[in-house]
Design a protein around this ligand. Sequence first.
Ligand code: BTN
Length: 245
Amino acid sequence: MKGFDIINLEECSSSNTYLKDRVDFYLPYTVVRCIKQTEGRGRWGRRWFSMKDKSLTFSILFAIRESEEYIYYPLIIVLSLIKLLEIHSFNPFFLWPNDIYISNRKLIGILNESITRGSNSFLISGIGINVNQEEEDFPQPIKDTAISLRMISGKIFNLEKILNEFLNKLSFYIKNRLSLDSINKVLKENSLIKENEEIVVKLRDRTISGVFKGYTRDFKLKLLVGEKIMEFYNGDVLRVANAGD
Ligand code: BTN
């Protein structure tokens, strides 16, 4: 790869939707940043709250040449974000499948969407980082569950600088391919849920309780339910220990 091409849009509804609609037009490794994102989308059709100058919202276009890249790109995004936060002296935790938490509150959400055009396959990874919000900026449903870098550190951050630092890390892992096992190890070390912890996996139509047993090599979550291990490739994880919080 030569590097990322960054397109800054003053305003758009969703950087994921913008790239999805123009996948034939842009080259792989194009990054679309919405300076003001008005209708950010989250997983399971949820909304993603963002504010101009306070949120960093962008999406990256990847061309998929081999199926392992559907797993590899999302994983190195999480890994790059963790490394970036650690350099800035934060203590981030990973919550499967692809959220980043600090102090038990959500700091970063990621929406991965795959699309095909003829025989070409693409992945669009949209990343939303709460950077400069203050507690009162978050609306009611997420007021007690969201956090920003400013709320943790008291500092105001330059959004462009964070984006560039992140993309530098990401391009390193694109150029220097890691094994899935070594990424699995880092994410396990930084996992919000610990092995043998009781959790609930929420799917679209049901919730399943069990004991967290780690991840498969292709990053499915393993849950011990009764005496059987179930594997999930998507879902929301709720921590039982935090249920009353
Ligand atoms: C989630 O936690 O459910 C995922 C949230 C992903 C939000 C980002 S912001 C940039 C990109 N554009 C979108 O519309 N969504 C993603």
